[in-house]
Design a protein around this ligand. Structure first.
Ligand code: IPE
Ligand code: IPE
Ligand code: MG
Length: 233
């Protein structure tokens, strides 16, 4: 079975650029291209949800010129996705705290989200200024408000109801989590949501990751025995 929801930590753009004596911006551009191509192919093989880590709450610690080039790249790509949306069925949405992004960029993202809202194809979820801890803390704040206002009894706070306050409230948990570039850590990605996701790590750098790599990951996923803590025999 093809995993319904694939989440990807797209890492290695910097190293990809360095190996070619290029600047970081060129690496990120190649990474953005790789995503655009892979999304189309992932949809063809039957993936229903694709969540990608594009910018973390910690990535603000990078040099300002790299942040600027990432944000500009995002501007270009959002425009491309807006153009693409006239001919494809992908629904694009975001998770993360967009309030820290420039207002024009935020507005473009909101346009893209509303333009593709009714699309029936694969859902692409772009994590922007996303942190797993930040997601949980923002959800906890919303839950506290709901309890304080009497909308939710404190006993009504369960794993299910809490999940409704997370950015991913309308998305099933990822079945498969992929990280490229050889690092084996979560780097504050979907901490709550990956409680039972299958993990797949590859040394391939993100701009080089293609559909055959995704198929390899899926093949390995298929061979895993997902027990969710239960006994199967
Ligand atoms: C991932 O590539 C993209 C972002 C974090 C935005 P990196 O830029 O982290 O690439 P490396 O880890 O330096 O190779
Ligand atoms: C994770 O990669 C964030 C994204 C891919 C957007 P990083 O490159 O920022 O993570 P660390 O610093 O290696 O943990
Ligand atoms: Mg990195």
């Amino acid at each position: 079975m093809v995993p319904k929801h694939v989440a990807i930590i797209m890492d290695g753009n910097g190293r990809w650029a360095k190996a070619r004596l290029l600047g970081k911006a060129a690496g990120h551009r190649a990474g953005a291209q790789a995503l655009r191509k892979l999304a189309t192919e992932a949809e063809k093989i039957g993936v229903k949800f694709l969540t990608v880590y594009a910018f973390s709450t910690e990535n603000w610690k990078r040099p300002q010129d790299e942040i600027d080039s990432l944000m500009n790249l995002l501007r270009d790509y959002i425009q491309q996705y807006i153009d693409d949306s006239k001919k494809n069925e992908m629904r694009i949405s975001t998770i993360g705290d967009l309030s820290k992004l420039e207002p024009d960029l935020r507005e473009k993202i909101r346009d893209l989200e509303s333009m593709t809202l009714a699309k029936k194809g694969m859902r692409v979820i772009i994590a922007l200024n996303y942190g797993g801890r930040d997601d949980i803390v923002r959800a906890a704040r919303k839950a506290a408000l709901a309890v304080a206002s009497g909308k939710l009894g404190s006993n009504g706070l369960t794993e299910e109801s809490f999940g409704q306050f997370l950015d991913t409230s309308d998305v099933p948990d990822p079945d498969l989590l992929i990280r490229t570039s050889g690092e084996m850590r979560m780097s504050n990605f979907l901490l709550w949501q990956t409680a039972y996701s299958e993990m797949y790590f590859t040394k391939k750098l993100w701009p080089d990751f293609n559909i055959s790599d995704l198929n390899d990951a899926i093949e390995q996923y298929r061979s895993r025995d997902r027990r969710f803590g239960a006994r199967k025999d």
